[in-house]
Design a protein around this ligand. Structure first.
Ligand code: COI
Length: 357
């Protein structure tokens, strides 16, 4: 049981905002950061010294454990500027807190209390609320993360950590067509590994295969299982879903698949719309068969950054298969509209997913 001082956040405001230097009409994903950041330290067996300070570099020993052994986790969620008020609306931050603690537990990091996480998030939302873009499709992305701070290069769980939250005004993650390649050589994660955790190493493992695929015109890898390359797992920056014969099918969760918050939201909305939803193993053969026989209606990536990103082409063993473009009244468009309306406060949130600040 990890304890913490009562969440008493010390706030040091920035007296120099960089807000005016940002072109909100040309937002890339992840290029900018807002004026402040939240920090908490872990040592002596507890999280303490919660503070918000001007965004700044941090100083690290070259022996910092996270840099050598990857004891690091992160999260990502978004806030949108409400359409009909001055609020900003946070989408499912508590679910991200839950997932962050699951990731931390897998790599021996001390849990963060809900109070510290949520107080940090809400104070950041208040202090940098002007950074939430009003442009269509844009949002304020929150990046909570934690990493091992011991300056000690024996391989062991660290005794000290940093927990930091910063925010980034973002546009869409994928621009243009999303072509993916089913990977049959490299592996992102094996059962029993840390694939379900949002830990840096999973993303490092994806870089080389993604670079190779990009050189051939594919923006993302569609990962398959580590044992046989037979079953679909997820794509590089998102979970993946298929609509085949009017059934929504997505790989079931396992220790090698990320438990996506957007994945969960889409499954919930899909069921409420009356769709049959199957969370199960889905083989590459089944995907290719459905592409050939015309039963594949939609394929899309789902994630906080990706939101719902329709896949245009699936490549398998050197062959390109075209995925039908989503119909205006098709599954993904209908669900995307409901999600969007909840995120921007256009409709009542029937699921209690949002927090207004
Ligand atoms: C997210 O969707 O928030 C992610 O973490 C994907 C990330 C690799 C940009």
């Amino acid at each position: 049981m990890i304890t913490a001082d009562l969440t008493n956040i010390r706030i040091e405001k920035s007296n120099l905002s960089s807000l005016k230097s940002v072109d909100f009409n040309a937002l890339d994903f992840g290029k900018y950061h807002s004026d402040h950041m939240f920090l908490a330290d872990f040592n002596g067996g507890k999280w303490h010294d919660m503070r918000i300070v001007p965004y700044q570099n941090i100083s690290l020993s070259p022996a910092t454990a996270a840099l050598h052994y990857g004891q690091t986790v992160f999260e990502g969620f978004k806030a949108h500027k409400a359409k009909n008020s001055n609020d900003i609306i946070l989408f499912r931050p508590e679910k991200h807190w839950e997932r962050m603690n699951k990731s931390m537990s897998r790599i021996c990091m001390p849990p963060i209390s809900k109070e510290i996480f949520m107080d940090g998030v809400i104070e950041m939302a208040k202090i940098d609320r002007m950074w939430a873009p009003s442009q269509e499709g844009c949002s304020l992305y929150f990046r909570p993360f934690a990493f091992a701070m011991d300056a000690f290069i024996r391989v062991k769980p660290s005794d000290s950590y940093y927990f930091i939250i910063f925010c980034s005004p973002v546009g869409s993650y994928f621009a243009g067509k999303l072509n993916v390649k089913i990977e049959t050589e490299f592996v992102r994660s094996a059962e029993g590994g840390i694939g379900f955790a949002k830990s840096g190493g999973n993303y490092a493992a994806s870089l080389l295969p993604a670079k190779n695929a990009a050189a051939n015109g594919y923006q993302q890898i569609m990962w398959t299982d580590a044992k046989e390359h037979k079953y679909i797992e997820e794509t590089g920056a998102s979970n993946v879903m298929f609509l085949i014969d009017n059934v929504l099918i997505t790989p079931c969760l396992s220790s090698s698949i990320l438990d996506g918050v957007t994945r969960d939201s889409i499954i919930t909305i899909g069921k409420d719309l009356g769709y049959k939803v199957e969370e199960r193993k889905i083989s590459v053969d089944e995907i290719i068969r459905s592409l050939k026989d015309g039963t594949m209606q939609e394929a899309f990536g789902t994630g906080t950054a990706a939101v719902i990103s329709p896949i245009s082409i699936i490549n398998y063993l050197g062959e390109d298969y075209e995925v039908p473009a989503p119909k205006a009244d098709g599954f993904s468009k209908k669900v995307a509209k409901i999600l969007n309306d909840i995120k921007y406060g256009i409709i009542e949130d029937p699921y209690n997913w949002t927090i207004r600040v």
